[in-house]
Design a binder for this molecule. Sequence first.
Ligand SMILES: NC(=O)c1ccc[n+]([C@@H]2O[C@H](COP(=O)([O-])OP(=O)(O)OC[C@H]3O[C@@H](n4cnc5c(N)ncnc54)[C@H](OP(=O)(O)O)[C@@H]3O)[C@@H](O)[C@H]2O)c1
Length: 488
Amino acid sequence: MTPERRNLTPDLSISRILTGLWQVADQEKDGVLLDRSAGAKALADYAREGFDTFDMADHYGTSELITGEMLRTWQGSPRPIAFTKWCPEPGPMTAEIVRKGVQERLDRLGVDRVDLLQFHWWSFEHPAWLDALHEMTKLRDEGLIGEIGVTNFDAAHLNLALADGIPLVSNQVSFSLIDRRAAGHLAETCRKHDVQLLAYGTLCGGFLSERWLGKPEPDAVKDWSGSKYLRFIHAAGGWAGYQGILSAADTIARKHGVSISNVATRWVLEHDHVAGVIIGARLGENQHRADNLRLFQFELDAEDHALLVQAFAATTPIPGDCGDEYRQPPFLTASGDLSHHLAEMPSAMQAVADPDVPDRARVFSGSLWEPIAGYCRALRDGDRIVISGTTATHGVDRTVALGDAGAQTTYILDKIAASVRALGGDPKDILRTRMYLRGEEDVEDAARAHGLRFAAHPPANTTFLVGNLIGDFRVEIEAEAVVSRKIG
Ligand SMILES: NC(=O)c1ccc[n+]([C@@H]2O[C@H](COP(=O)([O-])OP(=O)(O)OC[C@H]3O[C@@H](n4cnc5c(N)ncnc54)[C@H](OP(=O)(O)O)[C@@H]3O)[C@@H](O)[C@H]2O)c1
């Protein structure tokens, strides 16, 4: 028996259990690298048993090199499938920079084409992520990339990328009995655009298994994956709620004669937009292939779902949408912040102090019209920040997401958030937004995108139908913020 397969695209059939290699970075964290040829042999064992789809990233230790060695020595056809990620630091994404990032993946894997290259971006307030994806699309057309995916994109930005013409096939996100966000807005976006999810964290680094059933909470966990998912357990309300889910999964597992891990993975896989689950492998240590194969021998029934829903009720939903844990507190990463990834978060906008008026500063977004018409993107005067009517203009004069008011709203709100932050405020400080819309057909999409952004801190809002917005704009938004201070 081998794992079920799913077509990610008509030409790309993958194992529904992908083998994840972030664990290689953890195994190598003390500076001792895994033996490449032993690692390659271990991967070949996975591939021969049908676990032939591997997930890596630029920062997963030597995983790309180990997989490259396995591919080089692989006998037979077709060869195993190698997915990797490119997670550049926010900054200008020129054709040269993107090509270099992609070429490095090709060189490390020793292939002419990356089967799926997944893109991660640390801050949507820096708009160059769209440039990177457009450049990747050109490299796909050139044949260097098979398919383009993203990772840790929320519903709004997945929709924005698609509305701006990026041919995305997948989004890799955390999805588990503990973190159920991907069943929400993201599922709707995936359904609407036929994008598939690759789910990670389905076993919460091993927390969703018999190993922890009925056990007391550990003070800390040694491996990165465990540290990361202990944070998820805390964010979901703590150890007791997690043990409740574990106990429900145990009851279901016993009924079907399978393991708790099988139940946890099956629950994710049964969502119709999930193409596969990525299960982490510690090469040369443990492999759980025989147990993981059992998840194709049973299905969850209504009684199982009812038991799980009851257990979910005693937990707290993980805040925000998918991927927020990499972009805003609480950072649900191994270290609890981004220190493993970035020295600082570069901004696309810089504040310029007014030489004549104290406590006044401005930011400019570089649009063609700012110097011509004589205005700035945003101005801070004391605690108050006022933001000009902002449109979905990318760079000097390109309109993004033509025809999609929701996607344009998402893009505009990123620009507004970046302006507020560059002036020393926080997007939470936005007290008022005013939206100008081209037509009635734009209202719902724009309103929903505004709602997704401001779910936790809704500002006062006024919306106008103006009919005659210039150019290709469906939406224009202005805003006002007061930099937070204690009330009373
Ligand atoms: N895109 C992203 O931002 C992102 C983030 C995190 C992970 N990922 C991807 O997802 C992959 C999965 O990693 P993860 O950290 O999320 O971990 P995970 O898959 O939730 O957990 C993996 C661990 O679960 C245990 N395990 C596996 N099968 C088991 C079974 N049948 N019974 C009991 N225990 C079992 C193993 O622990 P032992 O080895 O200790 O036995 C294994 O190391 C990564 O390698 C990476 O490819 C992506």
